[in-house]
Design a protein around this ligand. Structure first.
Ligand code: ADP
Ligand code: ADP
Length: 232
């Protein structure tokens, strides 16, 4: 489903080269909840930006559903990307738009008709438990509610991959638990593959099947969560 082969990524900035990823090999199977854990600067975000092709690898290849991303036309790339939903640490909602409008963004972008949009948005709001907030603005919502809206927006195009970038890092423990439960439910109900970046071990232990531990651009360990973090 997602396959990295000998992937390296270097950033060049002001004459300084940073090796963000160093010869990464990683396979994420369909239906996995795959955690990527590591300290700040380990390369986690870069890895995720390569999956949705916001960055290109300096070396190596990234495949999604067996398609080599750097060989796709921009039209084909848009199709692949559309099937990747993403949620963020700070939710990335548009403050000047209502909850309804925020969730509708991906559908408006692909020019769905008004009636289809309305039906889908209400279905999604119902799924995340916030039908009554359709006309509210993000600033009127709690952090957990904002993330539920982020999730509804990420699901609008019926993705088969959900990328979660520190999606619970700005939330308290109880809210974190409820968002992780929702992510787990999405994985089980819709068979969506989840890639979850975090610096918190507890998040990995709660919902991930597999984990890769990153350090300085390398994957230093990977496998089933129980095998990696192990028993006493
Ligand atoms: P993480 O998500 O684990 O914190 P990142 O992938 O953001 O790690 O960063 C990995 C390394 O690449 C860091 O040293 C970071 O400073 C560097 N880096 C990330 N993005 C850029 C960029 N756009 N330009 C230059 N360096 C970057
Ligand atoms: P822009 O083109 O200005 O980057 P977009 O129209 O692509 O913005 O996205 C609008 C909003 O949706 C932004 O807040 C952005 O963070 C968010 N967004 C973009 N891509 C995704 C995605 N795959 N899943 C969820 N939200 C996204």
């Amino acid at each position: 489903m997602i396959k990295f082969e000998n992937v390296s990524k270097q950033y060049e900035r002001n004459g300084i080269t940073t090796q963000a990823l160093n010869n990464i090999n990683l396979t994420i199977a369909k239906g996995d909840i795959y955690g990527i854990i590591g300290y700040s600067g380990a390369g986690k975000s870069t890895l995720v930006r390569l999956i949705n092709f916001l960055e290109r690898p300096t070396e190596g290849s990234v495949r999604i559903h067996n398609q080599l991303l750097n060989q796709l036309s921009s039209q084909e790339l848009r199709q692949v990307r559309r099937k990747i939903g993403m949620i963020f640490q700070h939710f990335n909602l548009l403050e000047s738009k209502t909850v309804f409008e925020n969730v509708a963004i991906p559908l408006v972008l692909i020019k769905k008709d008004k009636q289809t949009i309305k039906q889908k948005v209400y279905e999604l709001l119902e799924f995340v438990g916030l039908s009554d907030k359709a006309n509210s603005y993000p600033k009127e919502l709690s952090g957990g509610q904002k993330q539920r809206i982020g999730i509804a927006r990420a699901l609008a195009n019926n993705p088969d991959i959900l990328l979660c970038d520190e999606a619970t890092s700005a939330l308290d423990p109880q809210t974190t638990q409820s968002i992780l439960d929702l992510i787990k439910q999405i994985n089980e109900k819709y068979k969506i593959t989840v890639v979850l970046i975090t610096h918190e071990m507890s998040v990995i232990e709660r919902i991930c099947h597999k984990v890769a531990v990153m350090e300085k651009g390398n994957i230093i360990e990977h496998g089933n969560v129980l095998d990696v973090f192990g028993h006493p």
